[in-house]
Design a protein around this ligand. Structure first.
Ligand code: BG6
Length: 480
């Protein structure tokens, strides 16, 4: 379904995110007919360039990151015609009148401004959009993570944006919320009768959330070394997954109803004991350098892996631990959530049949789908022996080609901005609450001078992370 005509200005329009995700994503939406021929995308950055130069830049980005797509609407040229460019100095006056003139040509369309720039520029951009009269009360701004690096800086950023924009105009991206299977979590939980009655500490032994990556920190060493896995992944992506898996059913699927429930989850999180956290740093593997060499900081104590056990103090979840882990350079790229149910209270088949439990696994990526481990009789004449088998549903098999052509997270989220739907974006208070929970944990290990434990690249992380579970008589699911 096509969205309304829009003008999207991308500040940082020549940056890495624009090149890799935003522009190829818009091209895909254009190809699918969702972005109409009357919409415009305007790159805005410091680089001296004209519209033709920008079109060439975007053509190359699409060739590199979205080669070979067949476009129903026309050739790539039809999309490139929708592009324009202005050279703008975020902190000065240069270029702003040109941008204002360009925007003046687009009255009556949805206006969205994507701040794909350092957070230190958010305030200046917000202010100038108003000074130059190009952001009315219907305009939207889109901001990226990292949204602050602690509660104080996140509050300050929220304050700066709030001077010029209402919360209903601010779209804070956590791209995990745009992933198809992440949204499916809500569909599975609240669209079925089967799971919700069992979704509590009476039936659920524990929940595991794993986001494992095989890549290292790549060319982002400078940023990453100041963040680590806690700030880069745990405070946002894993926290959002935890919220969706643990929240109460919202009364309706609307932005504030959903975000109110997520916020309650964050606020119900207990403080985490130091013994319930394991941090790691990857070692070298063949010609691939170790973490410290990678970030060019031989003394670095930043973690590229973190595992932790957390508890929620509320009626639904008291007593059920959540084990979360994420890291780089691990054995496989896999993200999944496993809901591990309790054992049956009593076995009518006697001790030799063993005790069994059901595990519902939601695979977020790759091979999106879910499986439910159920216990059945082992075939054959050998008596009543039990065995666990998966009821497996891979979405691509079940849904056919439709499941393969799902929009990438950025595509979906940008279209939601144009539609004015904030459900999949983080509200200011959510981000602040997530930092409020994260801050004392980081302060604790900084104060104690904790060092991360080295782990082998291509492994499942540090030994202590395994011990974190073994201690409780439980086991991580294999990363594969
Ligand atoms: C980003 C992090 O937000 O998410 C990266 O900054 C990480 O460090 C990435 O690699 C993972 O995203 P995805 O979509 O590849 O799972």
């Amino acid at each position: 379904i096509p969205v309304e005509p829009f003008d999207l200005v991308i500040f940082g329009g020549t940056g890495d995110l624009a090149r890799r995700k935003i522009l190829p994503g818009l091209y895909r939406r254009f190809c699918s007919g969702q972005m109409g021929e009357d919409s415009r995308v305007i790159g805005a950055a410091r680089a001296e360039m004209d519209a033709e130069g920008y079109r060439q830049f975007v053509r190359e980005a699409i060739d590199e990151f979205d080669a070979g797509r067949t476009c129903e609407v026309g050739t790539i040229d039809a999309f490139l015609k929708r592009l324009d460019y202005v050279t703008v100095d975020a902190l000065g006056k240069d270029g702003w009148p040109d941008l204002a003139k360009l925007m003046g040509e687009g009255t009556g369309r949805v206006r969205a401004y994507y701040f794909s720039v350092a957070p230190s520029l958010f305030g200046a951009l917000a202010e100038r959009l108003h000074t130059y009269g190009i952001a009315d009360e219907d305009a939207r701004i889109v901001v990226e993570k990292p949204f602050g690096r602690d509660e104080a800086s996140a509050c300050a950023l929220n304050g700066v944006l709030a001077e010029h924009f209402d919360e209903s105009q601010i779209y804070r991206i956590d791209h995990y919320l745009g992933k198809e299977t992440v949204q499916n979590l809500m569909a599975v939980r609240f669209g079925n009768m089967l799971f919700e009655p069992l979704w509590n500490s009476q039936y659920v032994d524990h929940i595991q959330i794993t986001v494992a990556e095989t890549v290292g920190v790549g060319g982002r060493g400078e940023y990453y070394d100041k963040s680590g896995a806690m700030r880069d992944m745990m405070q946002n992506h894993l926290m959002q997954l935890l919220c969706l898996i643990a929240m109460e059913p919202p009364a309706k699927f609307d932005p504030d109803a959903v975000r109110d429930e997520k916020l309650k989850v964050i606020r119900a999180l207990d403080e985490v004991e130091p013994r319930d956290i394991v941090r790691g740093q990857y070692e070298a593997e063949g010609d691939k350098p170790d973490y410290r060499t990678h970030v060019e900081n031989p003394e670095s104590t930043t973690e590229s892996f973190i595992a932790m056990k957390v508890h929620l103090s509320n009626w639904r979840w008291a007593g059920t631990p959540f084990y979360l882990r994420t890291g780089k350079r691990l054995r496989a790229r896999t993200s999944e959530i496993a809901v591990v149910f309790k054992e049956t209270p009593h076995s009518i088949f006697g001790p030799e049949a063993g005790r069994h439990r059901n595990i519902l696994t939601i695979r977020l990526q790759p091979n999106e789908g879910m499986d439910l481990g159920v216990t059945i009789k082992e075939p054959g004449p050998g008596g009543m022996r039990l065995v666990d088998v998966p009821l497996d549903m891979t979405f691509a098999d079940a849904l056919g080609p439709d499941a393969e052509d799902v929009p990438d997270a950025y595509e979906r989220l940008i279209m939601d901005v144009i539609r004015g739907n904030q459900t999949l974006f983080m509200r200011g208070d959510e981000v602040e609450a997530a930092w409020a929970w994260t801050d004392p944990i980081i302060a604790g290990w900084e104060k104690r001078g904790d060092k991360p434990e080295p782990y082998e690249s291509g492994s499942s992380g540090p030994e202590d992370a395994l011990a974190l579970m073994h201690r409780d008589g439980r086991r991580w699911r294999e990363i594969r």
